[in-house]
Design a protein around this ligand. Sequence first.
Ligand code: PRT
Ligand code: MG
Length: 221
Amino acid sequence: MSEPLTIAVSKGRILEEALPLLARAGIVPREDPARSRRLVLETSRPDVRLLVIRAADVPTYVRHGAAELGIAGRDVLLEQGSEGLYVPLDLGIARCRMMVAGRPGAEIPRRRLRVATKYVNVTRRHYAAKGEQVEIIKLYGSMELAPLVGLADRIVDLVDTGRTLAANGLAPLEHIADISSRLVVNRAAMKVRNAAVRALVAELERAVTADAPAAEGAAHG
Ligand code: PRT
Ligand code: MG
């Protein structure tokens, strides 16, 4: 048999929501990924294995062909760009919104607005489109802290329930993008291993839409 196809996926909420989807395509890790220390996981399908890596590293592994496929948040793709990647499928998992947030009622400073974020490229484009000059402060996490300690006037971060913002005295101010996880595919693998890759993409697509009838029924009901 030929080499297995490798799917790169991040631990945490994406993997949690991806597992049921993968299971519907007959892909079940041989060990519990939440507990295992292994970073390469064999699955119930000999033709598929999983790589468990950091969310922001998924496009890198796939772009370089270290994994033929990957599951990446749209936030990561917007920030890094999708060069070298096909993005054939919205998996509809790990949904949230990318938003500008700040302290409600805070005075607008007379200097340039300072915006803390790990999404510096998205943030630059967002304010450029509004014709607003801002100073962007790159952080790697816990953006919600920045306005509390005077590091920044605004943050750009992901919001799901809004509880994290509220717990830190912040409110959502502007919507930037709706986020969900996307299937990404190495462009070269799409050519060289076309049949195998296309078959797997089709199976995952069916796994996504297998979820749809219930949602559709709810929408009509
Ligand atoms: O953990 P690590 O440092 O390795 O990387 P990471 O924090 O980027 O990974 P992880 O697993 O936390 O998130 C990976 C991906 O999940 C993101 O790239 C998104 O595509 C997706 N996702 C979906 C989210 C959220 N929803 C989300 N709510 N990622 C993060 N959050 C955080 C948000 O940053 C904020 O701190 O949850 C908090 C807000 O949640 P609420 O419910 O309080 O609003
Ligand atoms: Mg995290």
